[in-house]
Design a protein around this ligand. Structure first.
Ligand code: SF4
Length: 438
C-alpha cells in the first residue's frame, strides 16, 4: 500500500485531543500516516469545538482557505468532525461543495467506512446520536508511539445543562465507559511504557453514578492506582456539585493521585451561579475547596471563570474576585461570556457592553497573574519530584511536570527523559519554575 498522509487540526478541549488520537489510530489502519504539513496531506480533518463563540466562523475560514489546496490536489479528502459538525451537519456539505465528510461526536466509529467511500468520490454526513448501550462499544483504543503520559476517556457527554453551555446538545447524554474496558486500556498503556494517565470526561466525578454495577469515580481511581507501572494519575474536568467526600479522600489516601485538581467555579456570586444553573452555591464550592486542602495540603487548584454573564452586576463581579482570593487558584482559564445559540442563556437580555466585559476580564486576569506568581514563588527552595517529559526551551535543559502540574525546566541530560528525578526550585516565573537537579 502506498503511504498516504493525514493532517488533523484539533480545536478545543482535551476530549477533542483524545478523539483526534483515536482518529489517528483508526486512519493508520487505512494506511494514513500523520503529517504536520497540510500541503503533504492526502486527507485533512478538522476536529472542531463550539464551546466558545466564533467557533463556526473559525472553521468556515479554515474551509475556505483549504479550498485552494483541494484545487491543486483533486484527490485530497477534506472532513469536519466534532461539535461544529454535530451542530451544522448537512448544512456544511451544502455550504462547502469541496468538503467530503462531516462526522458528528457519536460517529467516529463510522469514519473508516466514510473515508473508504470518499476515496471513490462519495460525500457523506453522519451526525446521528447513538443510544447509550451501543455507545459503550464505540471507544476505539488509542495506539501508536508510546509516550509517558496519555489521556484515557472514562465518560462522555453531560446531563447538567448549565444555561450557557452547548455541550449537552452536541456531545449528548452522559455515559460512563465500563470500568473493565478502562482498566484494560490503562494496563495496555502501562505495558507500553506509559507512566501517567489523565482520566478524561466532561464531568468525570459523576462517573458510574448512573451505571448499575459500575464503581463510582473514587473507586475507579483506586482500581487504576493498583495498575503496576502507572505512577501518576490526574483527571479533568470535575463538577463541584459531584465532588464527593470519597473522591476528596483519594487525595489523602492515594499517593499516585497528583496534587492537582481542575474545579471550575465559573462565578463567585450566588445570583449568577443560580442563573447559570450550576447547582451549587459559593459556600458549597468553598466547602469543597476547604476539604481538598485538608486532604492534600498545598493542592494546586485550577479553574474556569466566565466574566460578564447576563445580569452580572459590579457587586457580583466583586464576589468573583473575592472567591479567587479565597481559593487562590494556581491557574485560571477566564473568558468573556458570549451567547451560544440554542442554549437557555442565549435568551437572557445582555446589559453589559463588550468594553465593560473586557475591562472586567482584564481586572480578573491581573489579579490571577499576581496569585499565580505568588504561588510559584512559594515553591522557591522546595524539592519537587519531576517526571521528565522532554527537552526544555533552552539548550541543555530538560523539562517536566511537578506533582502539582507546574512545568519545571532544569539543566540535564536528555537521557533523563522518561525518568522521575528530584529537583530543587531555584527560580519562579509566571508560567514555569526553574530547578536544579539534586
Ligand atoms: S457541566 Fe455544565 S459547563 Fe460542563 S459540560 Fe456540562 S453543561 Fe457544559
Amino acid at each position: 500500500m502506498n503511504e498516504k498522509f493525514l493532517f488533523i487540526e484539533t480545536f478545543g478541549c482535551q476530549m477533542n485531543v483524545n478523539d483526534s488520537e483515536r482518529i489517528v489510530t483508526m486512519m493508520a489502519d487505512l494506511g494514513y500516516a500523520p503529517t504536520v504539513t497540510p500541503s503533504d496531506a492526502d486527507m485533512i480533518l478538522l476536529n472542531t469545538c463550539s464551546v466558545r463563540g466564533g467557533a463556526e466562523e473559525k472553521v468556515y475560514k479554515r474551509l475556505s482557505h483549504l479550498r485552494s489546496l483541494k484545487k491543486t490536489k483533486n484527490s485530497l479528502i477534506l472532513g469536519v468532525g466534532g461539535c461544529v459538525a454535530q451542530q451544522e451537519g448537512e448544512q456544511l456539505l451544502a455550504k462547502f461543495p469541496w468538503l467530503d465528510l462531516v462526522f458528528g461526536t457519536h460517529n467516529l466509529h463510522l469514519l473508516p467506512d466514510m473515508v473508504r467511500g470518499a476515496e471513490y468520490g462519495e460525500r457523506r454526513c453522519e451526525t446521528t446520536f447513538i443510544d447509550n448501550e451501543q455507545r459503550l462499544d464505540l471507544f476505539p483504543p488509542v495506539k501508536g508511539a508510546s509516550r509517558l503520559s496519555r489521556f484515557v476517556t472514562v465518560m462522555q457527554g453531560c446531563d447538567n445543562y448549565c444555561s450557557y453551555c452547548i455541550v449537552p446538545y452536541v456531545r449528548g447524554r452522559e455515559i460512563s465507559r465500563r470500568s473493565a474496558d478502562i482498566l484494560d486500556e490503562v494496563r495496555r498503556l502501562a505495558d507500553d511504557g506509559v507512566q501517567e494517565v489523565v482520566l478524561l470526561g466532561q464531568n468525570v466525578n459523576s462517573y458510574g453514578l448512573k451505571s448499575a454495577g459500575e464503581p463510582d469515580f473514587a473507586r475507579l481511581i483506586s482500581m487504576i492506582a493498583g495498575v503496576e507501572g502507572i505512577r501518576r494519575i490526574r483527571f479533568t474536568t470535575s463538577h463541584p456539585k459531584d465532588m464527593s467526600d470519597e473522591l476528596i479522600a483519594c487525595f489523602a489516601d492515594l499517593p499516585k493521585l497528583c496534587g492537582q485538581i481542575h474545579l471550575p467555579a465559573q462565578s463567585g456570586s450566588d445570583t449568577v451561579l443560580s442563573r447559570m444553573n450550576r447547582g451549587y452555591s459559593r459556600a458549597a464550592y468553598l466547602d469543597r475547596i476547604g476539604a481538598l486542602n485538608r486532604a492534600r495540603p498545598g493542592i494546586a487548584v485550577t479553574g474556569d471563570m466566565i466574566v460578564g454573564f447576563p445580569g452580572e452586576s459590579e457587586e457580583d463581579f466583586g464576589q468573583t474576585l473575592s472567591l479567587m482570593e479565597e481559593v487562590r487558584y494556581a491557574d485560571l482559564f477566564s473568558f468573556v461570556y458570549s451567547p451560544r445559540p440554542g442554549t437557555k442563556a442565549a435568551d437572557l437580555p445582555e446589559e453589559l457592553s463588550r468594553e465593560r466585559k473586557l475591562e472586567r476580564l482584564e481586572r480578573l486576569q491581573e489579579l490571577q497573574r499576581r496569585i499565580t506568581r505568588e504561588i510559584n514563588e512559594s515553591y522557591l527552595g522546595t524539592l519537587q519530584a519531576v517526571m521528565v517529559e522532554g527537552e526544555g526551551k533552552r539548550p541543555g535543559q530538560v523539562s517536566g511536570r511537578a506533582d502539582s502540574g507546574r512545568i519545571v525546566n532544569f539543566s540535564g541530560d536528555p537521557a533523563l527523559i522518561g525518568s522521575f528525578v528530584t529537583v530543587r526550585v531555584v527560580a519562579a516565573y509566571q508560567n514555569s519554575l526553574l530547578g536544579e537537579l539534586q
